[in-house]
Design a protein around this ligand. Structure first.
Ligand code: CO
Length: 214
């Protein structure tokens, strides 16, 4: 008899067995192909939130998407984990479609709207507080708190798209003529739909106020 509390993980192993059998029935070639190589067309940077599983919400399969997730889908230039995923995805796997996908109701963004707190997560959401500071005028003009929260989720995605476009990996790839697109999307927990924010970047642009060091 299964002790639900102690043996919860066993449910996953048993579901995995069922899933594997189903996949073998539906697509006998899939595992043979995936065991040889991966050739994903998309690189996804999304939130760790359990309600935003990238493959499920986009109807994609194993092998379709190279994925990096963290709290509030951040692109931090000191994050070797994220940078390694982007480097490998762009340069080794040849991915041309990069997607930063946030979601409404994001706990990380919500935390950044509240008072400062301790612990590692407070350093992490520091980056979102900076986004709020950059867009302070627009955000403070929104009286409704929910609307302001939703807008900060969108602005945070747009800023992470921008930061991703500033990485040396993308600058070098664009300079070499790669046709890479970086998209910014927001997923709605309420209806399961993704909104394209229209903040796509597809070329290297000089930064405003940049000093030419060449
Ligand atoms: Co989130």
């Amino acid at each position: 008899m299964l002790d639900l509390k102690a043996d919860l993980h066993k449910i996953l192993l048993s579901r995995n067995k069922e899933w594997s059998e189903q996949m073998h029935r539906d697509n006998p070639e899939l595992f043979t192909e995936l065991a040889k190589h991966q050739n994903p067309f998309f690189l996804w940077i999304g939130c760790s939130d359990s309600r935003v599983p990238p493959n499920q919400i986009t109807g994609t399969m194993p092998g379709d998407m190279f994925i990096h997730r963290n709290i509030a889908n951040m692109v931090m230039h000191t994050d070797m984990n994220m940078l390694s995923v982007v480097d490998y995805g762009v340069n080794a796997l040849g991915i041309d479609h990069l997607i930063v996908c946030g979601h409404y109701g994001c706990g990380g963004v919500k935390a950044a709207m509240g008072p400062e707190f301790g612990g590692a997560a407070s350093y992490w959401v520091r980056g979102i507080r900076d986004v709020a500071r950059i867009h302070n005028n627009e955000l403070t003009a929104i009286a409704d708190e929910q609307a302001r929260f939703d807008r900060l989720v969108e602005l945070n995605v747009a800023e992470q798209v921008y930061d991703l476009s500033r990485t040396a990996v993308l600058r070098d790839a664009w300079t070499k003529g790669r046709k890479i697109q970086v998209h910014g999307w927001v997923y709605s927990l309420g209806d399961g739909l993704i909104k394209d924010l229209g903040v796509t970047r597809n070329k290297y642009e000089s930064e405003v106020g940049a000093v030419d060091v060449d």
